[in-house]
Design a protein around this ligand. Sequence first.
Ligand SMILES: CNS(=O)(=O)c1ccc(CNC(=O)c2cnc(OC)c3c2cnn3-c2ccc(F)cc2)cc1
Length: 277
Amino acid sequence: PGLGMSRGEMGVIYEDIFCPYPTSLLHIEEICASIVRSHRETSQYRVEELQALRWKVFSREEIHAYQSKSVDEMWQHCALRLTDAVQYVVEFAKRIPGFRQLCQNDQIVLLKSGSMEVVLVRMSRMFNTENSTVFFDGKFAGKELFKSLVCNELMTSAFDLAHSLCALRLTEQQVALFSALVLINEDRPCLEERGRVERVRKEVELALSHTLHRDNQEGLLHKLYQKVAVLKSLCSLHIEKLRWFRQLYPLTVQSLFPPLYKELFGSDSDLPPLATH
Ligand SMILES: CNS(=O)(=O)c1ccc(CNC(=O)c2cnc(OC)c3c2cnn3-c2ccc(F)cc2)cc1
């Protein structure tokens, strides 16, 4: 009663989230546990490891070396790093309960539109608010290290987002569930089975609100939903800059960028659909 729950015939129904079918509390706890486990298994570093490495910052000489890279060299380097991070997000998605049951097309649509957003959410883990650095290439780097990308607005926004997410001091469970929620979005264009995506999303929503309930942090839900708009605009900025870069260095993108990066972020017009693996 006090927790805003009423007992349906087959289990618990949360009054504050309409759920067309009764979902048992046990089922929600199982979803929470499985998404958090998937998140842990698909994060290259544990939070404790990143904490222990906070003192490892790039020297002035190392920063200068990055800043002396040519535009196309630095873009190629970051595309590799981003593709590494995205590969782990693809693995995370495949382990979200219900994701593998979606049709191939919808799995690809959700990954094309959501994988970068999840990388950005995960950047909150790799960010150090004390000196505004992010863990990149084995050490912590300030925004100035990325100067030769000629993407100051994009990187400033990415750093600001990482900073603001860090400030929310999310637990691993909350990062995991928010990442799953960002990915499972029934409003993405070109979905074939929107209803099925919506049902998977409803369960993730229940899992997140259950966790925030238990952590006594319901206020976070509103703040997290506010971040979704920032994630969206950051991803559009990334695609826009990639188009700008590809006009300048078509051969670099064509022959030196990772295939997965091109399949996920390249504009559909000139690329074959993602190979279904
Ligand atoms: C997420 N799991 S983890 O264990 O916490 C973890 C921690 C650290 C690393 C290694 N660092 C990165 O991968 C990385 C760092 N900094 C970035 O940007 C400052 C990155 C990264 C990957 N893409 N981008 C990125 C590229 C373009 C853009 F517009 C926005 C972000 C990997 C994984």
